[in-house]
Write a protein that binds this ligand. Structure first.
Ligand code: NDP
Length: 315
């Protein structure tokens, strides 16, 4: 364990490397594999009906005796049920995202749960700190999925958030290697949250066709879109082009909502429809070239992190 690292201490983990709780991709197999490898695995509850979430938590508890957590997008329709299940099942760590941190933090903390909130700007980082969270994830423009309207890049965001709050900052967005992790530490982060790299893992529940698309992705293949609804970074495909065409003809919010419809993310990431589905993935997918077991990803990143730290010390 990195003894002086507040993120390792907070969660009781060996490496300050957290696997993002991504809808349709972060199942118990992935979370358990990352936790068993010394990082922190998160179950992504946003795409799970309550009974599925309970089952996933139970399976994860069997598969790992190390700490793991659950990511809860706060705009989830049955949020009360998810929170209740998390409390009943004795989950110790919750990452909340996409909503107001004031709503649930106090209740979760009442049950001794460590709470982290995901933010994309300084204002929300301060709001999360005021709400009493234990750490924040500061997620930059490069990140896949839901994103901030400010479009602040990770390089710019991390030092500003670090300055704004005294709780530990976990960097996210654009991180898939030990070098990128080290760069974030130089900026003031004490941990990193990694999503895209773990989508392309053996254990992730993403459809194989989506995993293959991720490792085929090139520079420029992802873009931030749907800014009139919730800005989201996704892979450019037919669905993306349809959204662009609608925006170019100045479609109303209602028209865009209708075009998006329901279950687009499931269609793309879980069912593998690469044309009509929503394929949420980060910019860094352009640098991901192989699908590996999650434990090997953790090891590779941590080894590179240590090697690069030594290399830079000699410069
Ligand atoms: P949609 O409204 O398009 O579809 C809902 C999807 O969620 C369906 O596929 C449905 O599965 C599934 N689902 C799981 N539990 C429920 C429930 N209790 N009620 C209704 N549907 C449920 O939403 P999205 O797919 O775009 O997003 C799903 C969730 O993930 C949302 O809560 C959203 O906030 C979150 N999200 C978070 C992101 C992040 O970056 N943190 C990114 C994108 C989404 P089925 O088809 O089997 O009915």
């Amino acid at each position: 364990m990195m003894n002086k690292n507040r993120i390792c201490q907070l969660f009781g983990i060996q490496y300050p490397l957290i696997q993002a709780g991504m809808i349709w991709c972060s199942n118990w197999e992935l979370a358990a594999a990352v936790s068993n490898a010394g990082g922190l695995g998160l179950i992504g509850s946003g795409s799970m009906y309550p009974d599925i979430l309970r089952e996933q938590i139970r399976k994860c508890k069997v598969a790992t005796h190390k700490p793991f957590g659950v990511n809860v997008p706060l705009l989830y329709p049955d949020i009360e049920k998810h929170i209740q299940i998390i409390i009943e099942e004795g989950v110790k760590i919750v990452f909340t995202s996409a909503g107001n941190p004031k709503t649930w933090t106090a209740k979760l903390k009442e049950y001794g749960i460590t709470v982290v909130h995901v933010v994309a700007n300084i204002k929300f980082a301060q709001k999360a700190a005021d709400a009493g969270v234990d750490a924040v994830v500061a997620e930059g423009f490069e990140a896949g999925g839901h994103n901030g309207r400010e479009e602040t890049t990770t390089l710019v965001l991390i030092p500003m958030v670090k300055q704004a709050v005294s709780i530990p900052v976990i960097a996210a967005g654009g991180i898939a290697s030990g070098k990128q992790m080290l760069a974030c530490f130089a900026l003031g982060a004490e941990g990193v949250q990694i999503g895209s790299r773990f989508v392309a893992s053996a254990e992730s529940s993403a459809h194989q066709a989506f995993k293959d698309a991720v490792i085929r992705a090139n520079e420029g293949d992802t873009q931030l879109t749907l800014k009139q609804l919730v800005p989201v970074r996704l892979m450019r495909n037919k669905f993306f082009n349809d959204v662009q065409a609608a925006e170019n003809r100045c479609a109303t919010v209602e028209e865009l909502e209708q075009l998006l419809g329901r279950g687009r993310a499931k269609k793309g990431m879980y069912e593998g429809d690469l044309n009509e589905g929503e394929l949420e993935i980060g910019q860094v997918s352009a640098a991901i070239k192989t699908i590996m077991p999650a434990a090997a990803i953790v090891q590779e990143i941590m080894t590179e992190f240590e090697n690069e730290k030594n290399r830079i010390a000699e410069l």
